[in-house]
Design a protein around this ligand. Structure first.
Ligand code: ZN
Ligand code: ZN
Length: 268
């Protein structure tokens, strides 16, 4: 399309948009993406309550090593109460917030209610969290945590892949670097130790030459114990990755749930 053609198209599109949007919102009022209450401004994604809830969650201090909530003035370079005695294969975690309220609603609806468009919203939020936590890191690839192919067929997609594809972070590209080789037990109800055992050797690399000396950022919707991220990071490091980071929409669990034998209630 020529320059003038493109300018005409943009003006025409803008005119139609300014007429159509109010008309559409009269017939089809915009809804909050998280709680589905009606909202006044069609350009907003969340209602005021959900927006406030999201902001409260984002503002909480978290451990940059594992992503768990920590006190406002705590230092976390050596890890927090949850992670300081655990050896992880990943080198840091960025997160949007904790697994509750608005974020929890968005994740559950993306995962189980067929609302794939929410991956755009969660991708934008994760991008903002990456800028806050790993701004100095040159990330080569975003690697979605894979689900087993049978689960992908029954759910329709891998939510982590959809989220990763919607993160626009410098030159980083999204690549399915890992495969889940077997179905693992659903994680809710499993203790920390059981989760580690459950995902042990459940992943393999697709092409090890593609990760040599690269900085990879794993993408997942929720980090609970960190067992899944850790197992994925182990495979990437064994294949030659230089650094493995992780970015998640939310973290659940923490110091109180690490004790062996305590069942974790969330998805990993
Ligand atoms: Zn809402
Ligand atoms: Zn920690």
């Amino acid at each position: 399309m020529s320059f003038w053609g493109s300018r005409f198209f943009k003006r025409f599109h803008g005119l139609i948009n300014s007429i159509a949007k109010p008309a559409i919102s009269l017939i089809w009022p915009p809804l909050c993406q998280a709680c589905e209450c009606s909202i006044d401004d069609p350009d907003e994604k969340l209602c005021r309550d959900c927006w406030q809830d999201l902001n409260d969650s984002v503002a909480r201090n978290y451990c940059k090593r594992c992503g768990s909530d920590i006190d406002k003035y705590s230092e976390s370079a050596q890890g927090c109460d949850f992670c300081s005695k655990i050896n992880f294969n990943f080198d840091g975690v960025a997160r949007v917030g904790n697994y509750q309220g608005c974020l929890k609603n968005l994740i559950l609806q993306l995962k189980f209610s067929g609302r794939s468009e929410l991956a755009v919203t969660l991708g934008e939020y994760i991008d903002a969290s990456l800028l806050g936590s790993f701004n100095d890191e040159e990330i080569d690839f975003f690697a979605p945590v894979p689900v087993h192919w049978t689960r992908r067929i029954s759910r329709g997609w891998n939510q982590s892949f959809l989220i990763a594809r919607n993160i626009k972070h410098f030159d980083a590209k999204t690549k399915n670097l890992l495969i889940r080789t077997r179905r693992t037990r659903p994680q809710p109800g499993l203790s920390f130790a059981q989760r580690r055992k459950n995902v042990k050797n459940a992943f393999k690399i697709r092409n090890s030459s593609s990760v040599q000396d690269k900085t990879i950022c794993l993408i997942d919707d929720v980090r609970t114990s960190g067992a899944t991220l850790d197992e994925c990071a182990k495979v990437l490091k064994q294949a030659g990755a230089r650094r493995v980071l992780a970015a998640v929409a939310a973290t659940a669990g923490g110091s109180s749930s690490r004790k062996s034998g305590t069942a974790l209630k969330y998805w990993d």
